[in-house]
Ligand binder design. Structure first.
Ligand SMILES: Cc1ncc(COP(=O)(O)O)c(C=O)c1O
Length: 437
C-alpha cells in the first residue's frame, strides 16, 4: 500500500487518452497492479472481487501457479521458433488433447491460432474449402469478433459495425431464441419449432442449400446477453444442417473450458459440432485460440493455406496444456456446475427483492440478470444498468454488461472463486441495486 500513489489510476488514464485511440473501450479506469485467483488489485492498492474474469478468460483464476510455472519453464527453454519453421511438441500435445476432449466420437484435428476472431475466420475458411459453398449463416445478436468476416457475422450495428462496411458477402442471419422476450402466445416449444422452420424457409427463399457451407452458433450468446437456447432449438438447427449438407460450427470462445457446467457448452445440448472455435479461457490469459473439428473437414485446406507467424506459440501452448491439467486435477467442471447452482439460487432470491430484475438466466456458471423499468414490465433499462455497474465497481466488484439493449449484467467469475467472495460479490450487486433503483 505504501508505495501506491493515490491518483495513479487518473494519471494513467490521462496518459492512455493521449497515447491510445478512444475506440478500444475501457469499461473502467481501474489500472491493474496484481491479480490472483478471483481477486484483482489496482495500482492504488484497492482490491476487487472479479466477476468479469477478463471477459471470460480466467475460468481457472488469475495466475494459477501451475500455469505461471509452465510459462516460466517454457520461456527458459525457447520462446518462439514459429510452428511453420521448426515445430515443437507442446503444440501437438495440446492439439491431441483438444481433439480428445471436444464433443464428438470421431477423428478430429486442431489448428492453433492467436485470437477468437482468428479462430472464427479460419473455421469459415475451412468450411468453405471443404463444402465448396461460400454462404455462412450466423444469428441475431451473435458476436464473433471484429475482423471483416467476423464483424460481418456479428449482429450488433453500434458499436461493432457502424461505419466499417462494406461487409463480407454471402453472410446471413437467422433468429436465435430469446424466451424472455418472445411473444407470450407461443409456448417455448412452438417458438423453437417456428425458429427452426425459419431456417428451412430461408433455404427456400434466401439462399439454396448448395450455396450455404456453414452455420455458426454460440451455444449460449455471450455479448448478446447470456441467452440460453433450448436443446430442442439447437438440435433442430443441427438437424436442418445435416439434411442440407451444411456444416455446424460451434463458437465456444466464451462458453468453453468449464463455463457452463461442462467442459464445452455443446455437451449440454448433446451436439457434436463439425467444427468448434475455442479461445479465451483456453490458456489462462495467454493469447491462444483453436479450431478443432472433423479430421476430414480440417484437412480440406491445402498445405500452406492456413496458419500465421504466432499461431500456437510455445508459451501459449505451455499455458494451454497446464490449464487442461488444472481443470482435471481440480475438478473444475464439477465446480462450475456447483458454482452455477449457487449463483442462480442467490440471483433468484435477489430477483424477489428487486422488481427491476426482469430475468435471471444462465447455464452452469455463465449467469446474468436483465435490468428493466420496474413500472413498465420488460422495458429494458440500460441507464440503470450502467449506474448499477458503476456502483459495483466503486464498491470493489469488477463486472460487465451485455445485451442488445445494454441492460444485462453478466457474471463470469473464475470457477475457483471462494464461497465468501462469491457471496460478497453478489451482496455488492444487491446493494448497488437497492441504492440506485
Ligand atoms: C463467442 C465469441 N466469439 C468470438 C469472439 C472474438 O474473440 P477475440 O476478441 O479474441 O477476437 C468473442 C469475444 O468476445 C466471443 O465471445
Amino acid at each position: 500500500m505504501m508505495d501506491k500513489q493515490v491518483n495513479k489510476n487518473v494519471e494513467l488514464h490521462k496518459r492512455r487518452e493521449r497515447a491510445v485511440p478512444r475506440a478500444p473501450y475501457n469499461i473502467s479506469q481501474v489500472y491493474v497492479d496484481k491479480a490472483r485467483g478471483a481477486k484483482v488489485q489496482d495500482v492504488e492498492g484497492k482490491e476487487y472481487i472479479d466477476f468479469a474474469g477478463g471477459i471470460g478468460i480466467q475460468n481457472i483464476g488469475h495466475n494459477h501457479p501451475k500455469v505461471v510455472a509452465a510459462i516460466k519453464e517454457q520461456v527458459d527453454q525457447f520462446i518462439h521458433p514459429c510452428f511453420h519453421v521448426a515445430p515443437y511438441e507442446s503444440y501437438i500435445t495440446l492439439a491431441e488433447r483438444l481433439n480428445a476432449l471436444t464433443p464428438g466420437d470421431f477423428a478430429k484435428k486442431t489448428i492453433l491460432l492467436n485470437s477468437g476472431a482468428e479462430a472464427v475466420e479460419n473455421a469459415i475458411k475451412i468450411a468453405r474449402k471443404f463444402t465448396g459453398k461460400s454462404g455462412v449463416i450466423s444469428f441475431d445478436r451473435a458476436y464473433h469478433g471484429r475482423t471483416l468476416l467476423t464483424m460481418s457475422l456479428t449482429s450488433k450495428v453500434k458499436p461493432y459495425k457502424h461505419g466499417f462496411g462494406p461487409f463480407a458477402n454471402n453472410t446471413y442471419k437467422l433468429p436465435y431464441p430469446y424466451y424472455y422476450r418472445k411473444d407470450s402466445f407461443l409456448s417455448n416449444e412452438e417458438y423453437d419449432d417456428r425458429l427452426v422452420e425459419q431456417f428451412n424457409h430461408f433455404l427456400m427463399l434466401e439462399a439454396s442449400p448448395d450455396e450455404i457451407g456453414a452455420i455458426i452458433m454460440e451455444p449460449v450468446q455471450g455479448e448478446g446477453g447470456f441467452i440460453v437456447p433450448s436443446k430442442r432449438f439447437v438440435q433442430g438447427i443441427k438437424r436442418v444442417c445435416e439434411e442440407n449438407n451444411i456444416l455446424f460450427i460451434a463458437d465456444e470462445i466464451q462458453t468453453g473450458f468449464c463455463r457452463t457446467g461442462k467442459l464445452f457448452a455443446m455437451e449440454n445440448f448433446d451436439i457434436a459440432p463439425d467444427l468448434t472455435t475455442l479461445s479465451k479461457s483456453i490458456a489462462g490469459g495467454m493469447p491462444l485460440s483453436a479450431v478443432t473439428g472433423r479430421a476430414d473437414v480440417m484437412d480440406a485446406a491445402e498445405i500452406g493455406q492456413l496458419g500465421g507467424t504466432f499461431g500456437g506459440s510455445p508459451v501459449a501452448c505451455a499455458a494451454g496444456n497446464a490449464v487442461l491439467d488444472v481443470i482435471k486435477e481440480e475438478h473444475l467442471v464439477d465446480k462450475s456446475r456447483v458454482l452455477g447452482e449457487k449463483m442462480m439460487k442467490l440471483l433468484q432470491e435477489m430477483k424477489e427483492r428487486h422488481d427491476v430484475i426482469g430475468d435471471v438466466r444462465g447455464l452452469g456458471s455463465m449467469c446474468a440478470i436483465e435490468i428493466i423499468e420496474a413500472e413498465d414490465f420488460k422495458q429494458p433499462n440500460p441507464g440503470l444498468t450502467t449506474t448499477i455497474l458503476q456502483a459495483c465497481w466503486d464498491k470493489g466488484l469488477m463486472t460487465l454488461k451485455a445485451g442488445t439493449y445494454g441492460n444485462v449484467l453478466r457474471f463470469l467469475p473464475p470457477v475457483v472463486i471462494a464461497d465468501e467472495d462469491l457471496e460478497r460479490g453478489l451482496a455488492i450487486v444487491d446493494e448497488a441495486i437497492t441504492e440506485n433503483k
